[in-house]
Design a protein. Structure first.
Length: 201
């Protein structure tokens, strides 16, 4: 048998690895486009962002709902993984702020999820329950670490903060010049504890 007709395990692994890389690049690009332009953004914009062809996108995700759900799960996995990765730099409060910033991006996609799924209310509710179940412990862990370091108030519940951020994000795109990020920054600033000596200044 000639080498050209031999399919080695290594070749198979390389192909699978290429497919995974393409899918990750596609999901990262779609998430960025959805945050910037909403879940109804043209597929060609996602293709341009990812550097992949539109045919590749449709091969992976035949419908927009398939793509939106995949992006939702991709973002959810990244946010949930924060609990398992020690921060490379920054204070616990910095880590909390960084996570909340990415969580706000995630909520933009989540708010478009129901529309993308149309009548699949049961599927949407299942994904919403999964999102709460997986992210609540992560936010609680980040709040606990920040409070233990004396950088944020210790009486803030993860559930309350998650609801507050979600409600602030809902207004984005609804009112002229509404700046959800600015409102979230003000909310987080309100959680911060003053540094040593701040009261004496």
């Amino acid at each position: 048998m000639s080498p050209d007709n031999t399919s080695s395990p290594r070749t198979g692994r390389r192909k699978r690895s290429d497919v995974r890389r393409n899918e990750q690049a596609l999901l990262d690009a779609a998430a960025a486009v959805f945050v910037r332009a909403g879940v109804n953004a043209p597929v060609r914009e996602i293709a341009a962002e990812s550097g992949l062809g539109m045919g590749t996108i449709y091969r992976h995700f035949p419908t927009r709902a398939d793509l939106v759900v995949a992006v939702f799960r991709h973002q959810l996995d990244a946010l949930a993984a924060t609990a398992d990765v020690p921060p490379a730099a920054g204070t616990p409060y910095d880590v909390l702020r960084s996570w909340v910033d990415r969580f706000a991006d995630f909520l933009v996609t989540k708010h478009g999820l129901a529309e993308a799924m149309h009548s699949d209310q049961a599927g949407f509710e299942s994904l919403h329950a999964e999102f709460v179940e997986r992210l609540m412990p992560v936010l609680d862990q980040l709040l606990t670490a920040s409070a233990a370091a004396g950088q944020t108030r210790a009486d803030v519940r993860a559930y309350d903060l998650m609801l507050a951020i979600g409600n602030l994000c809902i207004g984005a795109g609804t009112f002229p010049d509404y700046q959800a990020r600015r409102m979230i920054d003000l909310l987080l600033a309100g959680l911060a504890q003053p540094g040593p000596g701040a009261e004496e200044q």
